[in-house]
Design a protein around this ligand. Structure first.
Ligand SMILES: Nc1ncnc2c1ncn2[C@@H]1O[C@H](COP(=O)(O)OP(=O)(O)O)[C@@H](O)[C@H]1O
Ligand SMILES: [Mg+2]
Length: 345
């Protein structure tokens, strides 16, 4: 059989078969040669035209209509280039079939993406409500206990109030982080680029966080040769958010009497900023997931330290919005280094 016949070939074959049948009948009925020739010729022409006409009007046109509607839906344009049936030497349906197959493939990819987003959304919503539940229940619990009489007990009232206040603070930082994430993920956010000294910014962050580091007696410093200006071009307030998150992690997951050291390196077009601690470190199997929202190696430790599990997700978003990269190296018991790049100013 002929593969992918054009309507013309189909019409030709149908006409030939019919003509053979008619010719055979004419021979059987011993018609004269002229009669046979006339019959055969007439038959061929009529059946060829009729078949082509049938194909055009009853099949081809219907397909054309369906194709047109899909084309409009997919491209928003009204007139697809549809190969003509008459006068076309190629198979007009073949191109259409290919288009439809391509659309189907695109559609499958799109559906898969939507399905993934849906799972992602469900998971995220589940995580958010789970994270919000604990501090809300705590606040409720302490306030109810106070109302039920503990308010008059000078032994516990202040203690309960300060616990309630801590939980409220936790709620506030969770909501703040969620706001940052949703802003960053909306995609509409533009970075407000400016030229500044990143060394100066880090020094500033060190100063503002000294009192938090004080409890664990963690010291801050720059690597040798890095205590000098490094001019970069970036969104200063967002980079401050990055540095605050990374330095605060180095304290939270740092050991007593430890240190947090910053290195700054000149790399052609970029400046590499590395924040290193000599804290607890991260096991290799957790490293690829650290930047996921709500991912925490040790949930209870993170919570106890006031972590939301969103810090590194925010950090990654900010760095990627600058078209830069962030990476992490870590060994258990030795420490962790987070490194990110910024464009030189
Ligand atoms: N400097 C670090 N040393 C060891 N572990 C870290 C460090 N920074 C981050 N982590 C791990 O990565 C997790 C995610 O960090 P992050 O997104 O900032 O959330 P959070 O600090 O609120 O828990 C932390 O819970 C912790 O387990
Ligand atoms: Mg953190």
């Amino acid at each position: 059989m002929i593969k992918n016949p054009t309507p013309r070939i189909i019409a030709f074959l149908t006409a030939t078969i019919l003509t053979c049948v008619v010719g055979l009948i004419s021979i059987i009925f011993k018609s004269s040669f002229v009669e046979i020739l006339l019959e055969v010729t007439l038959n061929f022409i009529v059946s060829f035209v009729l078949t082509l006409y049938a194909l055009e009007f009853f099949i081809y046109r219907k397909i054309k209509l369906v194709y047109k509607s899909i084309h409009q839906l997919k491209t928003g344009k009204s007139d697809p280039v549809f190969p003509p049936l008459f006068g076309s030497t190629e198979d007009p349906i073949a191109g259409v079939t290919q288009d439809v197959l391509n659309w189907a493939k695109d559609q499958a990819v799109e559906i898969e993406q939507l399905r993934k987003n849906e799972t992602f959304r469900k998971e995220f919503l589940g995580n958010v409500s789970h994270e919000l539940k604990t501090p809300i229940f705590n606040v409720q619990g302490y306030i109810n206990t106070l109302l039920d009489g503990a308010l008059d007990d000078p032994e516990v009232n202040l203690h309960f109030l300060s616990k309630a206040s801590k939980s409220a603070d936790r709620l506030a930082s969770l909501v703040e982080d969620l706001e940052s994430i949703s802003q960053l993920e909306s995609g509409y956010l533009t970075m407000e680029m400016e030229t500044f000294d990143v060394h100066d910014l880090i020094k500033d962050v060190f100063d503002s966080m000294e009192f938090i580091a004080h409890d664990k007696n963690i010291s801050f410093g720059f690597k040798e040769g890095c205590d000098v200006p490094f001019i970069v071009e970036a969104d200063k307030s967002r980079i401050r958010q990055v540095v605050v998150n990374l330095v605060s992690n180095s304290i939270k997951y740092g050991n007593k009497d430890g240190h947090t050291i910053v290195g700054l390196y000149d790399m052609d077009e970029n400046t590499l900023v590395e924040i290193t601690d000599n804290g607890i470190g991260v096991e290799p199997e957790h490293i690829p997931r650290l930047f996921e929202r709500f991912y925490r190696v040790d949930r209870s430790r993170s919570r106890a330290e006031g972590g939301t599990g969103l810090g590194l997700a925010i950090v990654k978003h900010i760095i990627e919005a600058h078209n830069q990269t962030i990476n992490v190296r870590s060994s258990i018991g030795v420490g962790t280094t987070f490194g990110f790049t910024l464009r030189k100013g």
